[in-house]
Design a protein around this ligand. Structure first.
Ligand code: RAM
Length: 487
């Protein structure tokens, strides 16, 4: 379903992209067939590349054929794209084979790339000439305006973490809040929610959040159900996939947006979209008020493919409805029906508590996972004391299903804070995200499991995004909860 009024609003909020040039000296060594160079821009870039080619020898009498590969982290260049056989398209690997007819020249590549490293390989020239690379220029783009970045009083250790987080967000802020500028370069609801939270304490680009909310509301599936992501071109269109948790996050994202911006007009206009989602998802529960994962369909929660999603999904439902109640109360609309629903679902989820283990279990296999505990805490279904206790117990259960993405760890940090364990949250946050910095990260990654850094739900690292929006939230935590710390 298309709502032209909403899509027009979104279009009017399209941001200006700020350009910045990053120049790099080339390599003047003449290269023949098989010659190659790797260039390091020294920082993560999102943008367009110009390569200035020169020649040596006689006048070029045949085209230059070269290949180019872009990489966000150096290790990507060690993998052969041809050997990737995972379920995500290999076309996400940023590589091209290009002919140049007339030399010397400056070659501009048409696509936008996300990279720090660039490898250029000469595939063929003629016997009469060799090529040199005189210089490279990255024309970088972002809708984040660095002159608007809010200052933060942070100690040195925190400043580094903040810098990499802000850089991650900066790179993902394009025409929308993208999930990652390498892949999928798209607006996803779960990612948007965390990017927006971080934006409110950094760039404060409220209009970009507003635009994204209107894009989701402007293109929905039959019955008004929100999709989990939106394609922008050739015109905005929702994907035909849904995720139970991402659908609900629209409600939280709208409420967070209102709290930051106090834009009541948008709250009023988009409230019906929120209420609609709540009514649609009400049918996904069994007669005991527990989430029926078959009815719920796809529930994301984390990229851990072994996860049972029942308990965590129930937590997200309560979490979403809790903000719906706030939205409706703010607008003077009745909310009792949803308050009752929250109570029923909270009572039901408590039945998943396993006293002998001291943790919540999920699904028919009574699986113990971090995500179940975390979402039941974030839902406000347990007291901070019981919440702290389940998190303590699970730490002593090595068999418990863990977290594999910064997205999941974000929720763990928030759960620690919500259960009164700020210091522990601070330490865990540093331990996890500093781990990526120690491995050379300029921007934070889509996936990072310190216990298994090579693990991939996509069947290969080469398609991973190493600048991924949902991992930018240390800035949100630092600037919201840990300002003015001595060390
Ligand atoms: C990935 C995207 C996105 C995430 C979804 C669930 O494909 O990169 O970040 O929200 O999966």
């Amino acid at each position: 379903m298309t709502n032209e009024i909403f899509l027009t609003k979104a279009e009017q909020l399209k941001p200006v992209l700020h350009h910045q040039a990053v120049l790099l000296a080339g390599n003047e060594t003449p290269m023949k067939d098989g010659g190659e160079c790797i260039f390091d821009f020294g920082r993560h870039c999102v943008g367009y590349l110009d390569i200035e080619f020169g020649t040596e020898g006689r006048h070029p009498d045949a085209p230059l054929l070269f290949s180019i590969q872009f990489a966000e982290i150096r290790e990507e260049l060690d993998y052969d794209p041809e050997e990737y056989h995972g379920w995500i398209s290999r076309s996400w690997v940023q590589s091209e084979t290009i002919h140049i007819d007339d030399l010397p020249c400056t070659c501009r590549l048409e696509r936008r790339y996300a990279f720090r490293y660039v490898r250029i390989r000469i595939l063929s020239v003629s016997n009469n000439y060799a090529v040199t690379i005189r210089s490279l220029k990255a024309d970088t783009v972002s809708s984040a305006d660095d002159s608007q970045l809010m200052p933060a009083s942070l100690n040195e250790k925190d400043r580094k973490l903040d810098e990499v987080s802000v850089r991650t967000l900066h790179e993902c802020m394009q025409e929308v809040f993208e999930d990652g500028p390498k892949r999928d370069r798209r607006l996803w609801l779960g990612d948007l929610r965390l990017e927006a939270l971080t934006d409110y304490v950094t760039y404060r680009n409220y209009d970009l959040v507003k635009r994204c909310l209107y894009l989701f509301a402007g293109s929905t599936l039959e019955g008004g159900r929100l999709s989990n992501n939106i394609f922008l071109y050739p015109q905005p269109k929702c994907d035909d996939q849904t995720m139970f948790d991402y659908t609900l996050f629209f409600i939280n994202t709208l409420w967070d947006y209102y709290c930051a911006s106090r834009d009541e007009e948008t709250l009023r206009e988009l409230e019906p979209v929120c209420t609609r989602q709540a009514l649609l998802l009400k049918t996904c529960f069994d007669e005991n008020h527990l989430l029926d994962t078959e009815k719920a369909g796809n529930v994301f929660i984390d990229w851990n493919l072994r996860l049972d999603k029942q308990a965590a999904g129930q937590g997200v439902y309560i979490y979403g409805l809790s903000d719906l109640v706030k939205i409706r109360r703010q607008l003077g609309l009745p909310a009792e029906e949803f308050e009752r629903e929250i109570q029923l679902k909270k009572q039901a989820v408590l039945r998943l508590y396993d006293e002998s283990k001291g943790v919540f279990v999920s699904g028919p296999s009574r699986q113990v996972s971090y995500m179940s505990q975390i979402w039941i805490i974030l839902a406000g279904a347990v007291s901070p004391r019981l919440g702290a206790s389940v998190l303590e117990h699970i730490e002593k259960m090595p068999e418990a299903e863990g977290m594999v993405s910064p997205y999941a760890v974000h929720h763990y940090i928030q759960a620690l804070i919500d259960t009164g364990q700020k210091e522990k949250a601070y330490e865990k946050m540093h331990a996890y995200w500093d781990g990526m910095i120690e491995k050379g990260a300029d921007t934070f990654w889509e996936l990072y499991d310190p216990k298994d850094p090579l693990a991939s739900p996509y069947g290969g690292l080469i398609v991973h995004s190493f600048c991924h929006a949902w991992s930018c939230t240390p800035s949100y935590f630092l600037r919201t909860y840990f300002r003015n710390r001595e060390s």
